[in-house]
Structure formats: structure tokens, C-alpha cells
Design a protein around this ligand. Structure first.
Ligand SMILES: O=C(CO)[C@@H](O)[C@H](O)[C@H](O)COP(=O)(O)O
Ligand SMILES: [Fe+2]
Length: 189
């Protein structure tokens, strides 16, 4: 039997960086069609800001193994809508996940395949259990980077398709200086 080597790394709790991890950068241009306010989107696109970065330590897909990754989600808004991650179901939809809040302020939108949505606020120390079959997207509702760790099955994969097409049934917007979760007017069952 060949055994894999254990790994121990320190996450930089200020920056979210995991030394040696694979870095992925998502700019606003990677999120075309995701935000409600298309005019505000086009305007902001001139600067094409980084919306989030992911630092992932991933194994080859195999049942029973685990991946982990930090996400650094920058503060910002497109119109009234706060910056968010794309959001996805897992390619193996029954794979669950754990998120752990490290820094900043935000939350997670979760949604069943039928479109029932839940919002969970997150800050440093918050653990979120993402059950099997729930799509999930994080949102930065603060004014500093929102940083969290995700731990997920190595064979979970990502299925971005349906969220890209239909979005979530709820939006997280700013109203009178506060984060508010409202119905998505463009949502179709
Ligand atoms: O949920 C997971 C992995 O299953 C996170 O590591 C996200 O992949 C990351 O926060 C970026 O979000 P997406 O662009 O993948 O939606
Ligand atoms: Fe996930």
C-alpha cells in the first residue's frame, strides 16, 4: 500500500494566503451575467477589479479524500448588490462541505435545486455546514476582505451551470447602509 504524505500548513489569517496552494483569481469580467444591474456592471468593468481569489490545496478526485481552500472575497458592489462568488452545486451533488469564517463580514446564500434559499451570516469563527444537494455562494457585506476556509470532498467537483443561468432566488443588496436579503425579480422556477 502506498500512503500519501500528511500536510500541515499555516493559513495567513490576515491575508488568507495558504503557502504552496494553487491560486485562482476571479475578476469582474469572469462574472459576466451574474449581477442584476447590467449598467453598473459595464461601468465597473472598465477597471475590471478582482472580486475574489481562491488558494486551494486539492487532491486527485477520489472518494474519501478531502480538499481545502481559502477564499479572499473583496468588498464592493455592482449597483446595490454586494460582491459575491459565482456559486455552485457540487458535480457530485450529494457531497457536503464545511466553511469556516476567518476574517471580515459576510454570509452564505444556499439554495436547493427547487430554488428554496437560505441566508447564513458569517464572521470570524462561524462554521457553516453545507448539506448535500445545496448550492452555495458567499457574499461580502462588509468593507474589508471577507476571508474563509472551505473543506470539501476531493470528488465533489463544481457544477456552475444552473446558477450561472438562473442565479439564486434571493439577492443580497445594500439598503440604508445595511445588508438586506430580497427576492430576485429575475428568478424563474
Ligand atoms: O465551495 C467551495 C469548494 O467546493 C469553495 O472553495 C469555492 O469554490 C470558492 O469559495 C469560490 O467560489 P466558486 O467560484 O467556486 O463558487
Ligand atoms: Fe462547494
Amino acid at each position: 500500500m502506498e500512503y500519501k504524505n500528511p500536510i500541515g500548513v499555516n493559513i495567513n489569517l490576515e491575508t488568507g494566503v495558504i503557502p504552496g496552494a494553487k491560486k485562482l483569481v476571479r475578476r469582474l469580467s469572469d462574472l459576466k451575467g451574474y449581477f442584476q444591474d447590467e449598467e453598473a456592471y459595464s461601468e465597473l468593468l472598465k477597471d475590471d477589479p478582482v472580486v475574489y481569489e481562491v488558494y486551494a490545496v486539492e487532491q486527485e478526485e477520489s472518494e474519501g479524500d478531502l480538499n481545502f481552500a481559502t477564499t479572499v472575497l473583496y468588498p464592493g458592489k455592482v449597483g446595490r448588490e454586494f460582491f459575491f462568488t459565482k456559486g455552485h452545486f457540487h458535480a457530485k451533488p450529494d457531497r457536503a462541505e464545511i466553511y469556516y469564517g476567518i476574517k471580515g463580514k459576510g454570509g452564505m446564500l444556499l439554495q436547493t435545486p427547487e430554488g428554496k434559499a437560505e441566508w447564513i451570516e458569517m464572521g470570524p469563527g462561524t462554521v457553516v455546514y453545507v448539506p448535500p444537494y445545496w448550492a452555495h455562494r458567499t457574499v461580502n457585506t462588509g468593507n474589508e476582505p471577507f476571508i474563509f476556509l472551505a473543506i470539501y470532498p476531493a470528488d465533489a467537483g463544481h457544477d456552475y451551470g444552473s446558477i450561472k443561468e438562473k442565479g439564486f432566488s434571493k439577492l443580497v443588496i445594500e439598503e440604508n447602509g445595511e445588508a438586506k436579503v430580497v427576492d430576485n425579480p429575475r428568478w424563474k422556477e
